[in-house]
Design a protein around this ligand. Structure first.
Ligand code: MN
Length: 732
């Protein structure tokens, strides 16, 4: 354990790279001040840890920024005000501060004991949050040092950390091709997770190896002599298979110790690819090979870039051993994986991080075509860097969503029941709008209520995932058939009105049924239902609608009646199907009709009354029936808050409005009123007049008005008519 960086600087000065020694020294001095007075569990000064991590990072041949970040990696997390990301940015620049920031954020990922699918998501989250691949390298070194010093922790903590290491860090190291780190992590973790199994395998190995102590040396010498004869320059090393890989074969694949053929292995490293094949030929001449055990990972590299020739041959006393043949470059990649690639690329400064990530992506995507599924974990999609968002549930599970997904998508990703009962959203403990777009790393909580009336149709336009869309549609399909039909009928009507053909109801029904059949649906209601819950989009079938309309209107079926105009006008009057004008609190797009006692107009304060079976009836807030009803204990709970929707102001829908006119008797009175209304282009729905003996005429007039504003214009125009002295809303 070092408390200074003499050794580190020594390592770096021997390297062929150019390091910024001043920067590394000042990063060390800063870390030293920050960790002053802090100690590891083992009792050693805390600074020994960042130094050890920096040494490991240096052994991977990473750059100056990475070494500085390794020295600083725990300062922001552990040293309060002494170190913030801003201070580090000031002192060491953007690159270092971003690496430290990435490392600090990874600390916040809770790795608990999880099911496999969650663990896979955690690995992805880990990568997504790392952003820069160097963060992962440094983090792996950090973890390796923590594993080496794990013995000073409590047993529970040891187990948790070892489990995390086995499930998250070792697989990541494997995928990044860092065999050396991966193997050491696995070995250390196994000692804490299954000490008995570890000892058993270790004992087996020692016994077996003990019996054949010179087996490897002997084989190695024979091979070396032969290669020397052929004038091949080579390196050679012998090894006994790692405890963890034997453990895995014995316990996970239920193999006996004798079935493990690659217990002994000899590795031969040469200069060129061609020499690899030459050496292979020599080996196969020297020894009998075991059929089916030859693998050419040079022509077909493993997904993590591993390249080598593997063959298993029978040695002395019938003992099999594996021979691995590779070049020095392949060897570096096998040991250090991506870090080795980093090293090779180091000279070319134009190689941006983006390119590197793209490159990693390409490699990891080839995992799908892997020839050796045994060796390879489930495919890791590394394009998460651009397409995916990872967020936590309050329990720490990771939910994986496409970029741009909202709180509503999240709710439906958890469960359709959660989405359907959603009433609110919390992000990192704070209330947020449910349509907030989520960001990687957030903790997201859905607030639900048993009394929720279900999703809102507008959600279909907000959600990003097909899953959420489908679940919302399913809900409407199931729960709201009548409402779907009414809404769709309304939309359909509006679509038909675009063509201005004055279609009769019968014609409309024919068009509807024809369209339904073109979609393979037998009834008009089922067809409208499908439109209503979003399975069929009116705008998408608009060309078909047009062709059906054309078919009907050119076929001569249309027979205009004298009443056509009247019918047309009364059609425009708001009816129960026209529900989009009114918003009822807590209810989505319910069926609403307008009460005739008060005939509310857009602009009036309104209130809704839940009828028994006829939807909601809308009254003016000051309608006597409403005032009375609100006081009646039996019915007062059925009155609900209602308001006009923003679309009601723009639409040209007409609402019935009653006008009471008092005037002095006059012969021209009725024609004056008719003229005035016709000037204003106001439709008269009905007009009754009664002339009294007192010389006063009372007129009950019903017109179509768009809004209170429109209505007030009508009133003031009527007030200007000669002999008229009082004009009020309502009827006598
Ligand atoms: Mn650390």
């Amino acid at each position: 354990m070092h408390t200074d960086i003499t050794e580190l600087l020594d390592m770096l000065s021997k390297s062929k790279h150019n390091y910024d020694f001043d920067m590394i020294k000042s990063a060390f001095e800063f870390a030293q001040i920050c960790h002053e007075g802090q100690f590891r569990k083992s009792g050693e000064p805390y600074i020994t840890h960042p130094i050890a991590v920096a040494e490991l990072v240096a052994s991977l041949d990473l750059d100056t920024s990475s070494i500085c970040a390794a020295l600083l990696h725990d300062t922001v997390e552990d040293c309060g005000d002494k170190a913030t990301i801003e201070i580090i940015k000031d002192k060491f620049g953007n690159e270092v501060s971003e690496l430290v920031d990435g490392l600090t954020k990874l600390v916040a990922i809770p790795f608990n004991d999880k099911e496999e699918e969650h663990i896979e998501n955690l690995r992805k989250m880990f990568l997504a949050m790392s952003k820069d691949i160097r963060v992962i390298f440094i983090k792996l070194c950090d973890r390796l040092h923590n594993m080496r010093t794990l013995s000073s922790h409590y047993e529970y903590k040891q187990r948790t950390i070892a489990l995390e290491t086995m499930h998250v860090y070792a697989p990541l190291a494997h995928r990044l091709g860092m065999q050396k780190i991966k193997q050491e992590l696995e070995l250390l973790a196994l000692q804490y997770l299954d000490p008995i199994g570890y000892d058993e395998v270790k004992k087996h190995i020692e016994e077996k190896y003990g019996k054949n102590k010179d087996f490897l040396d002997n084989a190695q010498n024979n091979i070396a002599n032969k290669l020397n004869e052929q004038n091949i320059k080579f390196g050679i090393e012998g090894r006994v298979k790692s405890i963890y890989s034997i453990y895995k074969k014995m316990y996970n694949q239920n193999k006996s110790f004798e079935e493990i053929y690659d217990f002994y292995a000899i590795r031969i490293i040469v200069d060129t690819e061609l020499e690899c094949y030459t050496v292979l030929g020599i080996i196969h001449e020297m020894f009998n090979s075991m059929p089916g055990r030859f693998k050419d990972y040079i022509s077909t590299p493993k997904p993590n870039m591993y390249r080598s020739l593997h063959t298993t041959v029978i040695g002395r006393d019938g003992i099999p051993f594996e021979v691995q043949i590779r070049t020095w470059e392949m060897h570096a990649v096998a040991e250090y994986g991506l870090a080795a690639h980093w090293k090779y690329k180091d000279g070319t400064n134009d190689d941006s991080l983006d390119n590197k990530l793209k490159w990693i992506r390409t490699i990891l995507e080839t995992e799908h075509e892997s020839l050796d599924p045994d060796e390879v974990l489930r495919p890791l999609k590394i394009d998460i860097f651009e397409d995916e968002t990872f967020v936590f549930t309050p329990k720490g599970d990771v939910i994986n969503l496409p970029n741009g997904a909202t709180g509503i998508d999240f709710a439906y990703a958890i469960h359709s029941a959660v989405g359907n009962k959603m009433v609110g959203l919390k992000i990192n403990g704070m209330i947020a709008p449910i349509d907030t777009v989520l960001k990687t790393g957030q903790i997201v909580e859905v607030l639900t209520s048993a009394s929720s009336k279900g999703p809102n149709r507008d959600w279909l336009k907000i959600v990003k995932t097909g899953e959420a869309k489908n679940k919302i549609r399913q809900w409407f399909k199931r729960e709201k058939r009548n409402e779907n039909i009414a809404l769709a009928a309304n939309d359909f009507d509006r679509e038909l009105n675009h063509y201005n053909k004055n279609l009769t109801d019968a014609e409309k029904d024919t068009i509807l049924l024809n369209l339904a059949k073109r979609h393979g649906i037998q009834s008009a209601d089922d067809f409208l239902n499908a439109i209503g819950y979003g399975a069929i989009s009116i705008s998408k079938i608009s060309p078909r609608i047009k062709s059906e309309v054309d078919k009907i209107t050119t076929s001569g079926i249309e027979t205009p009646t004298p009443f056509a105009n009247i019918q047309h006008e009364s059609k425009k009057l708001a009816n129960t199907k026209n529900t989009s004008a009114v918003i009822i609190e807590g209810l989505d797009n319910c069926q609403a009709k307008f009460a005739h006692c008060c005939n509310p107009l857009p602009g009036d304060n309104i209130i809704g009354f839940i009828t028994k079976g006829y939807g909601i009836s809308i009254h003016k807030y000051d309608c006597p029936n409403a005032v009375k009803g609100l006081q009646d204990p039996e019915s007062k709970d059925r009155w609900v808050t209602a308001s006009w929707s923003s679309s009601s102001a723009k639409s040209n829908t007409l609402y019935q409005a009653d006008i009471l006119i008092l005037a002095n008797n006059s012969i021209s009175l009725l024609s004056d009123i008719s003229m005035a209304l016709s000037d204003l282009r106001v439709d008269i729905l009905s007009m009754n007049s009664k002339s009294g003996k007192d010389g006063i005429t009372t007129i009950n007039l019903s017109v179509g008005a768009k809004s209170t504003e429109h209505f007030n214009n009508i009133i003031s125009r009527l007030k200007n008519i000669k002999n008229v002295f009082e004009v009020t809303r309502g009827k006598s």
